[in-house]
Design a protein around this ligand. Sequence first.
Ligand code: NAD
Length: 277
Amino acid sequence: HIVPSITLNNGVAMPQLGFGVWQVPDAGATAAVSEALEVGYRSIDTAEIYENERGTGRALASSGIAREDLFVTTKLWNTAKQAWDRDAVLRAFDASLERLGLDYVDLYLIHWPRALRDDYVTIWRVFGEIAQSGRARAVGVSNFKPQNLERLIEEAGLTPAVNQIELHPYFQQAELRAFDQRHGIATESWSPLGQGKDVLADETIGAIAAAHGVTPAQAVIRWHLQLGNIVIPKSVTPARIKENFDVFDFELSPEEMAAIAGLETGKRLGPDPDDFD
Ligand code: NAD
């Protein structure tokens, strides 16, 4: 398989399909990530808060895959009671690198804006320094809305490369995707399968999948790819890890894309970033 890549706004190429490891315990992360690398995934999405950076790093190290062929994302968990300062951000970043066993990551994200603390612009300026130093090849954000993104662009003068947001057929984020696109920000879908629940049991998706002789998960991943999103499905089951990667030999028609567009419910699975602190 050849996974297409998305060229980020600083010229760095990011695989459009990657592997997410939220809720995978550290001990199991090594096996899951090793399986994914074996299948052909090269992009891995972890985070400080997932507490599996060490297990992920062990899989990367033992894979024998050249570092430049991997694309590793991790995220800053900015939870301190007080607003964050430069030192706190740099310490958290160093600790993530240490746990991953890497001397750089490909993408470093602010996990949530936590707008109530009003420190994400400060944090973002430090992310700019980290990018300058080469210890992150690209920097971006997660769960940011237009008003948050605008402040980064206007006050810090640096546009995020990526905005990783909840996005699946029941919560499609049409407006935020359009905003990202207008500003040269790549949109990355989290919980792309709707966490494996109602979305995968949806009748419309089931019919589309059946028409192509694929599974609902494959049809949904294909939908993300055709929308131009970066997509990072998660599984710890080897057969599903493989299945979720096997999405490059069929194509959804414009009618099928439109039918999925009609499934929007306006309901999130995760928290609203405005309230999440
Ligand atoms: P997902 O939408 O990828 O769903 C994963 C679940 O779907 C699995 O646990 C399994 O139950 C089921 N599943 C997977 N493949 C399947 C298949 N082929 N057939 C049937 N069922 C299948 O959910 P997710 O893990 O929430 O999201 C993916 C990744 O996004 C995470 O691992 C993480 O890396 C990232 N994420 C980021 C944030 C954020 O705030 N930035 C939040 C949530 C998730």
